[in-house]
Design a protein around this ligand. Sequence first.
Ligand code: XMP
Length: 317
Amino acid sequence: DWTSDVFIDATIAELKEKLGNDKVVMGLSGGVDSSVAATLIHRAIGENLVCVFVDNGLLRKNEYEEVLHSYKDLGLNVIGVDAAQRFYDALAGKTDPEDKRKAIGNTFIEVFDDEAHKIEGVKWLGQGTIYPDVIESVSVNGPSATIKSHHNVGGLPDFMKLKVVEPLNTLFKDGVREVGRALQIPEAIVGRHPFPGPGLAIRILGDITPEKVSTLQQVDHIFIQGLKDDKLYDEVWQAGAILLPVQSVGVMGDERTYEKVVALRAVASVDGMTADWVHLPYEFLGKISNEIINKVKGVNRVVYDISSKPPATIEWE
Ligand code: XMP
């Protein structure tokens, strides 16, 4: 029978054997998968693991600072890279979802490669790939393989010539969380909702500007904080807000407004491959909607996404 303790002991022993005195470089995303994978590798080889955490300018509000701080608390050897402007430059004027994903994927590879080259004699690339990522990427008929390019799986540029180590590639998300808790990784990381590699860029429909990112960060923060305050966060597999390329007429005092619309999305799922929209309480939705419209400049309407996957996907792009 599978237990997290047996998995942890066996995996650390295997990693020690496989990696010996080799150096490993690994990109961290702030998510549970890469954090747990890095912690296992760190337990096996200590300071020979060098982690890179990139601020792509598309993270949630305050996320870069908070996550970097938790990684340091975990004892990980982590380099933080502020590359927001490089991502904004690469995204400028792009509106097609696949073009946006490719621009982000390519920029990430460039930034990451710059950092990896600074590490003397590195031999391995660590990845937080979990079992559903493996399936979605390799299956010929799998939806995401053809519909959306997942840049964080097998996204290894030829010139890096690193071998890949993926200690979690047999686990589902709940298994990863169990292992993370057994490793005493803080609940803020272990219980965190999944968040896509391309970040808020695929939740801002149309072109990306720093202003739009800031607007969406404020909306998203109100929604996520509200879920936490009302003890709904852990009931939901994933939640977030989407900034629509739509303006609608509203009224504020006796002024007519013509401002942005945001959609809120909250889904229940096991592995992200299928998902149902969550029946959040009307009172909660009403309160969050009011708070968003009152506090976030430039937004005058909030809608709730009630589509399931399939046929919709979790993300809008
Ligand atoms: P979809 O939108 O395909 O999303 O139903 C399924 C799950 O995958 C996440 N997602 C991504 N995660 N890189 C990631 O790391 C990506 O490019 C990416 N695209 C979607 C999405 O947030 C959901 O959890």
